[in-house]
Design a protein around this ligand. Structure first.
Ligand SMILES: [Fe+2]
Length: 279
């Protein structure tokens, strides 16, 4: 095993002591049923609030036809002033879930807001989407789209058929330092070389699990079949207290602030947060 892989694996071992499936750069943890139901319900409320922004017909987001106005081209449901109460309620449930997993105390910074993401098989056929420089349908590391080199990622499937629209994780054979930075596009030559010899992880993708991966773990969206029925997931990136790497990144906030969101602070819109106590 190379130095890089050894180090990254050891870091994940320290973070997650018990996993249901274990790979050097990925851990699969089955979530407490009650906490997961709360995540599902609060995601549903957030989707409903998003759907109401553009339609009077209800939350038909998963059919990929009625797209709410807060959906970005990448499928993210962005937080708007009209949807902040639902966002903060959902964030609070995520905080509880992470606390139960013992993860929160080990984090130093996390991405705010967390990502509520919709993907439909139809998106995989959209040429405009496939031409995007950071097209998630090809194997990539988020470091290549400008995320910090030390980051980790947590991904939680919420609704949908994950056999049809899932995610595929893989381990690169090597991850040299000259690949640990932002590229203009995932199609650029160095990342491609890294992705070529990658070993696919046989991870079971299903609702009720959380997937915690190292920033160097390659992943891609997979969409089998055709049609509109897709999936909705929660995810965000975070950094650990080990302090080994420390470049500043505008999407991350101190974990104290992240933890207080939905409790004593509210995330309102874009990157704005207000402290309730200050108002
Ligand atoms: Fe990614």
């Amino acid at each position: 095993m190379s130095m890089w892989l050894d180090e990254r694996k050891a870091r994940l071992d320290k973070l997650i002591s018990k996993a249901d499936q274990e790979f050097p750069l990925l851990r699969v943890v089955h979530l407490d049923e009650f906490l997961f139901l709360n995540l599902q319900n609060s995601t549903w409320s957030y989707m409903e609030a998003s759907a109401q922004l553009g339609s009077t017909e209800g939350p038909y987001i998963l059919d990929g036809v009625n797209k709410p106005p807060n959906m970005t081209p990448g499928g993210l449901l962005a937080v708007r002033q009209e949807t902040w109460p639902e966002y903060n309620a959902l964030h609070r449930e995520m905080v509880k879930t992470l606390q139960s997993m013992g993860l929160l105390d080990k984090m130093v910074e996390a991405q705010l807001p967390l990502c509520v993401r919709v993907v439909t098989p139809k998106m995989a056929e959209d040429p405009k989407r496939l031409e995007r420089p950071y097209n998630t349908f090809v194997a990539h590391s988020d470091i290549w789209s400008g995320q910090p080199t030390d980051m980790l990622h947590i991904w939680i499937p919420i609704y949908g058929d994950f056999n049809r629209v899932g995610i595929e994780y893989s381990e690169p054979e090597y991850f040299p330092e000259d690949c640990q930075h932002k590229f203009e596009s995932y199609a650029d030559v160095m990342p491609k070389t890294v992705a070529e010899g990658a070993k696919k992880y046989d991870a079971k993708i299903d609702v009720g699990n959380a997937y915690i991966s190292d920033g160097t773990c390659l992943h891609k969206t997979v969409a089998a079949g055709r049609g509109n029925r897709g999936r909705i997931t929660l995810d965000f990136r975070f950094r650990l207290r080990d302090g080994k790497y420390s470049e500043w990144h505008p999407e991350y906030v101190d974990i104290k602030e992240w933890k207080a969101t939905g409790v004593t602070r509210a995330f309102v819109e874009g990157r704005k947060a207000i402290g309730w106590a200050d108002q």
